[in-house]
Design a protein around this ligand. Structure first.
Ligand code: CTP
Ligand code: CA
Length: 225
């Protein structure tokens, strides 16, 4: 019998997704950033929406013009702004997927005027940013699901499991750099999903859209089935 109902697995659920890099200002014309394209987070936001969720995408500076009807876009620049936007949105969220490449350090002083070159050496003092994923993991209430990412170059399984624990996440998606065609900028990823309770799911190298489907399918079957 054909199912005519339009109820989707995530209907009535609110999802918060972060994507892209953050830019940490040094002075009015310079910043510290990274090469994150935001593609993975955007693909996850679209897939969550396709599965029925009401999606808020908090994105750092994207190099591609993002447009997707139905998804609420909150554009931010710095890690501090991303932190604030996420605290706002998480209150009413059922699910948070943190795929942004958030700067770990930001300049202690953001110079008001362009810094002029002087000596041969220049030291910039940096201070730690707030960990957004960890803050949501710590404050999550019963029923709220928090998903993080991990990108490692060595000892990746141990670091990923460490992040699952340290950030009180429900799930960590490990992005492997060890295989051709994975990581920043490209169109494919190879991921392993680590969940609470020791479940571990290994996936082949796929397009970011396919990876997003695997991640969202895992979220649905684990927490919303
Ligand atoms: N993350 C975050 N806020 C930060 C730093 C990281 O929300 N200030 C999130 C990322 O979005 C990702 C997860 O934490 O979901 C792991 O990020 P990653 O950079 O791999 O780990 P870190 O905890 O920052 O540790 P390190 O960079 O030292 O490996
Ligand atoms: Ca980091």
């Amino acid at each position: 019998e054909e199912k005519l109902s339009s109820t989707k697995p995530l209907s009535g659920r609110k999802a918060l997704v972060t994507a892209g890099p953050t830019y940490e200002a040094i002075d009015p014309v310079r910043f510290i950033g990274n090469h994150s394209s935001g593609k993975m987070g955007i693909a996850i936001a679209k897939e969550l929406y396709r599965q029925g969720a009401e999606v808020t995408l908090v994105a750092g500076p994207l190099r591609t013009n993002f447009r997707a009807d139905g998804i609420r876009l909150v554009s931010v620049t710095s890690a501090a702004e991303m932190y604030e936007a996420c605290q706002q949105a998480f209150g009413s969220a059922d699910l948070a997927v943190m795929s942004a490449a958030v700067a770990d350090y930001t300049p202690v002083v953001k110079a008001q005027e362009k810094i002029k070159k002087k000596e041969d050496h220049f030291n910039l003092e940096l201070t730690r940013t707030k960990d957004i994923l960890k803050s949501l993991g710590e404050k999550k209430k019963a029923g709220q699901i928090v998903v993080g990412f991990a990108l490692e170059t060595t000892d990746e399984r141990n670091y990923a499991l460490g992040k699952l624990e340290a950030k009180n996440a429900d799930m960590i998606v490990l992005n492997s750099l060890n295989d051709a065609g994975a990581g920043f900028g490209g169109d494919t990823n190879k991921v392993t999903i680590f969940q609470r309770g020791g479940k571990e799911l290994r996936f082949d190298t796929k397009t970011k859209e396919e990876v997003a489907r695997d991640i969202v399918d895992t979220i649905i079957s684990s927490y919303y089935a």
